[in-house]
Design a protein around this ligand. Structure first.
Ligand code: ZN
Length: 320
């Protein structure tokens, strides 16, 4: 699933359900449970105007679902759904600023997993929140690194296989003074800004020549005009592997149960074929029994005829 940065999560998210007329909100998740949600970059200052402990969907009311409305000075109104009432952070009337913790995700109510249902209104009308909350980095464009920028490493830095400390480091320490080309990013994960940097053709970087680095404090690497001696100009972006899957146990159990089911079906098939063989045998025996019964009847008939003939012979003899 495609990853985005969102200031709602201060990190990367997936869109689990996009905005549509039947779903006038956006659903965002990131595999984690009870994820902290922050007041987004675009909205400015606001105030909590309403909270309910239940949520109505398609005429059904779901209890223990914290639903929270915040009205912002900029004219936006947000509504967040699916948190647990036990995770309430704010109360009605509390003031809210950019980046403030305002909510925690949950999977209460009409939901198939932990996610944030985020509704956005402007001037009272429901609008698609995606352009406001996806890739909404709060940087001035001039301050930002750009793809294809050449950067110089200002301090020895470990390279990782993906953006975030949960990704394995590629066991390559990029030395101070190395020059690379930015080929991907930024991703904001674990409180750092991560960039995918290519060091191809650096003599000292042969095996692991591309990976993700955190620009700690924004000055770990800086744009440079140094010659491109260590760069081959390729912009093949490294696609990071999927992060650790929190549903792994359930998936494995599901596979095991499916295998068990296969075994049960196989045993059942085997028993059915044995029943078929036995049924055939019973039919054969029945046939044999029928045959022997008719044989016996014929023998008895022959005996009766024989007796009649014998009597007739005796009678004829007596007349002689
Ligand atoms: Zn939703």
């Amino acid at each position: 699933m495609k990853e985005y940065y969102s200031s709602l999560f201060k990190g990367n998210v997936h869109v689990t359900t996009p905005f549509s007329t039947s779903h006038p909100a956006i659903d965002l998740g990131n595999y984690k449970t009870r994820n902290p949600i922050y007041s987004p970059n675009f909205a400015g200052n606001g105030k909590v105007t309403k909270q309910t402990d239940s949520y109505k969907y398609n005429g059904i009311t779901y209890s223990n679902t914290l639903t929270q409305w915040i009205a912002y000075d900029t004219g936006f109104e947000t509504c967040t759904v699916h948190g647990s009432t036990k995770d309430r952070i704010l109360k009605v009337g509390d003031k809210v600023e950019i980046g403030q913790l305002v909510y925690r995700t949950g999977n209460t109510g009409y939901s198939f997993g932990d996610h944030l249902h985020f509704q956005l209104k402007k001037g009272g009308a429901l609008i698609d929140p995606a352009p406001y909350v996806l890739n909404d980095l709060n940087f001035k464009p001039d301050d930002m690194l750009n793809i294809k920028d050449r950067v110089e490493i200002k301090a020895d830095t470990w390279m990782r296989k993906g953006p975030g400390i949960e990704y394995e480091d590629s066991k390559y320490l990029v030395k101070k003074g190395s020059v690379g080309t930015v080929v991907g990013g930024p991703r904001n994960v674990d409180g750092y800004e991560w960039w995918d940097i290519n060091f191809k053709k650096c003599p000292e970087v042969s095996k692991f020549n591309q990976g993700w680095m955190a620009n700690v404090n924004g000055d770990r690497f800086v744009v440079t005009s140094k010659a491109q001696t260590c760069v081959d100009g390729s912009d093949g972006v490294v696609v990071p592997p999927e992060p650790v899957d929190s549903c792994k146990d359930l998936r494995e159990e599901n596979i095991k149960l499916k295998n068990d089911l296969k075994e049960v079906v196989a045993v059942n098939d085997h028993l059915n074929s044995e029943i078929n063989v036995l049924t055939q045998e019973v039919l054969l025996l029945q046939d044999e029994l029928d045959n022997s019964i008719s044989q016996q009847a014929k023998e008895e008939e022959t005996d009766v005829l024989l007796a009649i003939v014998l009597k007739r012979v005796q009678y004829e003899k007596s007349k002689l």
